[in-house]
Design a protein around this ligand. Sequence first.
Ligand code: AMP
Length: 366
Amino acid sequence: MKILVLNTGSSSVKYRLFDGVETLAKGLIERIGEQGGEVPDHAAALQRVMSSVDLEGLGAVGHRVVHGGAEFAGPTVITDEVVATIERLVPLAPLHNPAALTGISVARKLLPDVPQVAVFDTAFHQTIPPEGVAYAIDADLADRWQIRRYGFHGTSHAYVARQTAELLGLSPDDAKVITLHLGNGASACAVDGGRSVATSMGMSPLAGLVMGTRSGDLDPTVIFHLHRVAGLPVDEIERSLTRYGGLQGLTGDNDMRTVQRRRDEGDPAATLAFDLYCRRIKEYVGSYLAVLGGADAITFTAGVGENAPAVRAASLAGLSALGVTIDEARNQRGDRIISPENARVAVCVVPTDEELEIAQQVTAEL
Ligand code: AMP
């Protein structure tokens, strides 16, 4: 069955047309509505997508939606009611959900007879037990304002954990896998038998690992201090932590390739950024080994995870007492399995494919 996967951002539309697991067409329309951009609005962007691909026999459209709140635990066929619920969740994802809603609205108009399915970044993490989800704050406040951990990158973690089990010849229903999605955004996940039981992002994608431009974990007092003592308005603090934090904040560069090159040249800021980035990963790996009671595998994925052997090596250095070791020759070659033969914990590198996972979830839902 043909499935069109749409990932609609605030100024871009990424699309990929599948027939089963085969990709028939893909592309990206950027700078929507900007001066000198390709198209004036999302409707024109989607119109262009639809006229450039062969939609004959299209079975469904799959929409990537970042935030499904506590409401959505899996792929969901889109109805007016579902749209209204995603709208209600906008305050939880003010940057991301409005764009997805635009994509959904335009696609429903252009393809009224084709089922449309929403696939949420948060859904995979709905299996995390309550103690892994709640924050230890006033329970009434948390309840009233939907404050809890949701987690993100769910389609990637789900896909990569399953691929890891397959790679190692394990049943996905039994395997314990720690997945490390290290892209521009980055998160860790503990997967027990195909179910997420812990993840590093929180109520928003700002929490957890050090990222390209996001700070990851910090003491909330940093925010009070920047507001009260430094006099920064809250919007500016948010911008600082989300767009000028992480590698960007520490070095002025958000790209791990540049940070690594500068570190190789002896740049102290890049050295600190690299060490902090890898140490944070190690802290989460240790924590998730504890949560899972040991793991069958630790898997690296996404831009940094798939391409940066130095990050993989530094993040897992010194963990041999926990059964975690890397074979440096395999690591440098970028093998799928980079731990030594017969290691207690397999260390793997698995390319992620969020669009394929969305297409497969959509197909399974229909
Ligand atoms: P993603 O969000 O998965 O596309 O990952 C994008 C990020 O991957 C970029 O910002 C780079 O920091 C990182 N990246 C890509 N290629 C490499 C590489 N060869 N070495 C280190 N980092 C890389």
